[in-house]
Structure formats: C-alpha cells, structure tokens
Design a protein around this ligand. Structure first.
Ligand SMILES: [Zn+2]
Length: 456
C-alpha cells in the first residue's frame, strides 16, 4: 500500500529560490511533485514556511551526555586537551544501552532543531576495558537503533583510529575503546553496512580520525574502502596539531592532505580551522566540503575558520554540532557569521555579493554543502528527493511581516532556538509544534541513563 499525503505551504525555499503557494505531494517517503502558485486543495494539510531539512555533517552523539560538564576552570590553561580528559573519563562508564539512549536524545534534539540527517563520526567501538564486543558492530547497531527510533537520516562514518600522535605513535590507554587495525576496521565497516541496511536513505562512509591517529599507509588503505561513500577527517582543529604535523612532515595538516591524497568532492575536512591563504584557496578549489562546527569550536577554544576567504575562493561548507554541547541549526549558522564579524570587525561578511541576505547565503551553503558531505546530494524540496521538510513558526514574533530570505535572517539572527514547528523525515511527520512525537519517551529514558552514569 502506498502512503500518500498532500502538503501545502504559503512559502517554500525550493532549489530555484523562494516560491509562494506551494503544493508538495509526498508518496512513500519521497517528494512526488512540487507545484507552485497553486491554491490549497480541500484535503491538503496547510502550513506556513517550508525549508529543506538541513544536514548535520559532524556529530559524536555520546558526547551529548557530558554537555556542560567541562565548563569548570582547572588549575591552569584549559583547552581542547583538558576537555578531552573529561571526555575520556566519561567514556570509562558508558555501555551500549547508554550510548543508544544518549544518541536517541541527541538525534531527537537535532530533528527538533531542523536537522533531518546526521553524519555520525562514530569512533567508540569497543567495551569499557578496550576488549572487543562479541558483536563487533555492537555500538554501530546502537547508533542505527537511535536513528531508527527518532527517524533521523543517518550517514554512519565508522572511524579508523590507531595512534596517539603523528607518525604512528603508540595509542594511550584512554584511547582503548577507539582502536582498530586494518583487519578490524574492515570488519567494523561491514558491520556498519549491516547496521544501517534497514534504515531508509542511510549510507556509510569512512572516517580516518585525523592525521594524529592514522599513518600515511593506513590513511591510503582506509580511503580505498570508501567505495561510493564520503570520507571525513578531522584536520587542523588545534594549533598544537598543526605544529606537531609540521614537526613530523614539514607540512601543515591540510597542506599534507592536499599534497598526498586526492582530496575531492567526496571529502569533508572537519574544522580545517587553521589554514594559510594558500591552503584556504586550494581547499576551496578541491571541491571538498569544510565541515564547520562553530559552537563546539568556540566551546573548545579552537580558533576561527577563515570563512570569508574560503567562500570568496568558491569553497563549500556544511555545519555540524560535533560535541553536541548545544544542538541548534540557527545557532551554528549565527556563530559562523559572528566569528567572522568579531575577528574582521565588519558586518554582513558571508554574503557573496551586495544585496545578498546573510541568513539566506548561510542556509543555502550549509544545505548544499551538508548534503554533499553526507553523500546525499539529491536532498532538497524537489521531485524525487526524500520528503525531509522543516517548517518555521509563522506566528513567532521574530518572523512577523517577513518573507523569503528575510525569514532566514530573522530565524538565524533574531529567532532563538525554538522556531522550528513541524518536521517531516522521509515523509513521516516526526516533529509537531516543535516537539518530537517520541519526546517524552526518549527524554525519560535519557534521564534515567544519565542520572545513573553521573551518580557514581
Ligand atoms: Zn569531531
């Protein structure tokens, strides 16, 4: 039996631009037809403003459970590396059921924020003592189960992680839950494919963790396993990482990747914060996506991505919630633009030309770049795409009297986090009036799990 619905919107952001009086026919999870300038039919469900669902290119779902736990000042000089110690301690307690409950909470919050797809950079593979689970895909299956429960679209990116520093340094005990060799990684990759097989629209890529965690040979081997999935890697997030990379190879991390790998549209470089002008231009012309995570990068004190130069060179970016310290769509986009304003002491930086709406430019870039980064370039409000649709609350004070891109400007810069009203994912209405249909169930389970984790 086919499952059909007819939706009608006052305004919708289509690949060709804003349109009014838009009817979208949905059949079996896909957009069957988009018609504009049409009156609503008597059986149509009517809504205000429709946007395509955004892709969240970078998440470590389990870190949602430690959000806010690393905000106390230590004895001296807190930075990314001291945050990482808190994260490692949190991992000392996390079992498979905990991972699933925390991921479900994170994915539910993503949907409520307007993300309809997530790239899960999945590096937690083994048991608490570092031993293998009987089922090597145990935790991949937990991630898939959380995606299934909440309905979010999943790009699963199993991580290859083997070393604690450049040049193949031995891993540290705290990294025991992440580690692979090539053989084990092949098994994890197969298990990842099996884990997502029944999820609509899911796919699998590969994620060599960073140049700190893989050798050149391992990187080549892992990239070779990507087949038609995307390739994600952390790069140049921290200055120490850049300095260590230069000490190891004479080159900065992004430069090293551009010189040694065929970096192209299949690649997504996560963060890419510390770039020279030359690296910025070459990364932009490679066609790879820069996976920017402005909230986490600010939280961790990483630095500021040179977005103005990157976009001027034709670069493509997506946004990610990374540590999931706060899950927002508008907040990530706002953070990106504000980081540029603060460092350049200018306003309205990331619009390509005069007269461009900044909110519109940010949303469109994140939308197309995000879809590319997750190996799902067909996304958008168009016939044949999955029906991943987000509406904004037309009656919210910040949106009154706005149309077209002015709606995006108002949402991103003036709306706060609660303007998303209804979300369809693969044709299913999973969020209504800003709340996921399973909100109570998911949060109640999450509450029990996190209380137990933090009580000991
Ligand atoms: Zn990350």
């Amino acid at each position: 039996m086919t499952n059909k619905s007819n939706l009608w919107f006052e305004e919708a952001l289509l690949p060709s631009g804003w349109a009014r009086n838009v009817a979208i026919a949905v059949s079996d999870g896909r957009i069957e037809a988009v018609r504009t300038q049409i009156d609503p039919g008597p059986a149509d469900d009517r809504y205000g403003v429709a946007l395509p669902g955004l892709s969240n290119v970078h998440s470590h779902a389990f870190q949602r459970g430690m959000a806010g736990l690393a905000e106390t000042r230590g004895p001296a000089g807190d930075d990314f590396w001291t945050w990482r110690e808190v994260m490692y301690r949190f991992l000392d307690r996390l079992g498979p059921a905990d991972v699933e409950a925390i991921a479900a909470q994170a994915y539910m919050e993503m949907l409520e924020a307007g993300f309809t797809r997530v790239g899960e950079f999945h590096y937690l593979h083994h048991d608490i003592d570092g031993g293998r689970y009987t089922n090597v895909g145990e935790l991949a299956e937990r991630i898939a189960a959380a995606a299934d429960l909440t309905g979010i679209g999943l790009t699963l990116l199993p991580v290859f992680y083997a070393h604690s520093g450049f040049g193949g340094a031995d891993p540290k005990p705290a990294q025991r839950r992440f580690l692979s060799n090539r053989d084990l990684f092949s098994q994890l990759l197969d298990a990842s494919h099996r884990a997502v097989a029944s999820l609509p629209g899911a796919n699998v890529g590969v994620a060599p963790h960073s140049l700190r965690a893989v050798t050149a040979d391992e990187l080549e081997a892992v990239v070779g396993l990507a087949v038609d999935g995307p390739i994600h890697i952390h790069a140049a997030e921290q200055l120490k990482e850049v300095e260590d990379c230069i000490r190891w190879s004479g080159l900065r991390p992004v430069r090293w990747l551009l010189e040694h790998m065929r970096v192209d549209q299949k690649w997504c470089l996560i963060h890419a914060t510390h770039l020279t002008v030359d690296e910025t231009q070459r990364l932009a012309s490679s066609g790879a996506v820069a996976g920017l995570c402005p909230t986490t990068e600010a939280n961790l004190g990483d630095g500021v991505f040179p977005a103005k130069e990157f976009l001027a060179s034709g670069g493509v970016f997506g946004i990610g919630t990374d540590s999931n310290v706060l899950i927002e769509t508008a907040g990530e986009l706002r953070g990106l633009e504000y980081s540029q304003r603060l460092t350049l002491r200018e306003r309205n930086v990331l619009g390509p030309s005069e007269g461009d709406s900044i909110g519109g430019a940010l949303f469109r870039s994140a939308s197309t770049g995000g879809a590319q980064a997750l190996g799902a370039p067909h996304l958008g409000l168009r016939a044949g795409a999955p029906a991943d649709i987000v509406t904004l609350d037309r009656e919210h004070p910040s949106l009154i009297g706005r149309q077209g891109d002015a709606l995006l400007d108002a949402w991103i810069f003036a709306g706060g986090g609660k303007l998303v009203e209804t979300v369809w994912r693969n044709g299913n209405r999973v969020v209504e009036q800003g709340r996921h249909r399973k909100h109570r169930e998911v949060t109640s389970h999450y509450r029990t799990v996190v209380k137990a984790l933090l009580s000991g």
